[in-house]
Design a protein around this ligand. Sequence first.
Ligand code: FMN
Length: 178
Amino acid sequence: MLENILEDCKKQLSAALLHKKHSYRYFTLATQKKDGGSHLRTVVLRDFDPLQMQFIIYTDLRSKKVEELTDHPQAQFLFYDATRLIQLVVDAHLVECTQDTHTYQNLPEPSKKDYSSKQTPGTTIERPDQIVHDFSKGYFTKLTFQAKQLEYLKLKRPNHIRTLFCDSDQWKGQFLAP
Ligand SMILES: Cc1cc2nc3c(=O)[nH]c(=O)nc-3n(C[C@H](O)[C@H](O)[C@H](O)COP(=O)(O)O)c2cc1C
């Protein structure tokens, strides 16, 4: 049963790459702020390797998350499937931060806009339409995370199912009291 649960998690995470409406396409990424507090934001799952348990997102090199992950590579992801009442919490760390110009050049123009504003993300502007883009100067960055553990919780009657899978025990998994 444990093995089936992990396999299903991997199957759903892979499905999220193909289906735009999949619950796991968007997830919450938590990083640690300089003052020790946590910083949460929504990101898109761009790639997932079920064998290596690696997750990839795209971002702007100048964003706060890159700075925070450079200081503290540890991160947490929260995925939630509201239909199946399943929550996944993944503990991971940043293993690679690459400015992938090939992938950036092949993005459609509207997507390039997300990584090429002249104004640095998070800086104050007068109005939303004040943003100017310089497509030649993309700050497109691919962040690769290595998962260390995955905690699964499914709410159901008569028994909720909570399990923990860890890299340190070859992802065999164990049940936890919900
Ligand atoms: C639906 C949705 C999807 C988003 N996807 C991404 C994403 O894939 N990558 C990203 O860097 N920011 C994404 N964002 C914006 C982030 O949530 C965040 O506001 C931005 O990256 C700045 O984050 P930071 O300053 O904390 O680094 C998304 C926001 C929303 C609402």
